[in-house]
Design a protein. Structure first.
Length: 59
């Protein structure tokens, strides 16, 4: 697993970033659990499309 504390968004700063790589089972489990929780609460399908359209209309 590789991770970086820097957000890769609108203005990515990866040329001077700091990252880490780990094969630690605890680190992998932690990040997998976080992903699973975020995915479980994510809007998907028609709900996601509606949220995206509403956001685009608002801004």
């Amino acid at each position: 697993m590789a991770s970086s504390p820097f957000r890769l968004g609108e203005l990515p700063n990866i040329s001077a970033g700091v990252a880490w790589v780990s094969s630690s089972k605890e680190a992998i489990h932690h990040h997998q659990s976080l992903f699973d929780a975020l995915w479980e609460n994510a809007d998907i399908g028609d709900d996601a499309l509606r949220l995206l359209r509403d956001t685009l209309e608002r801004y």
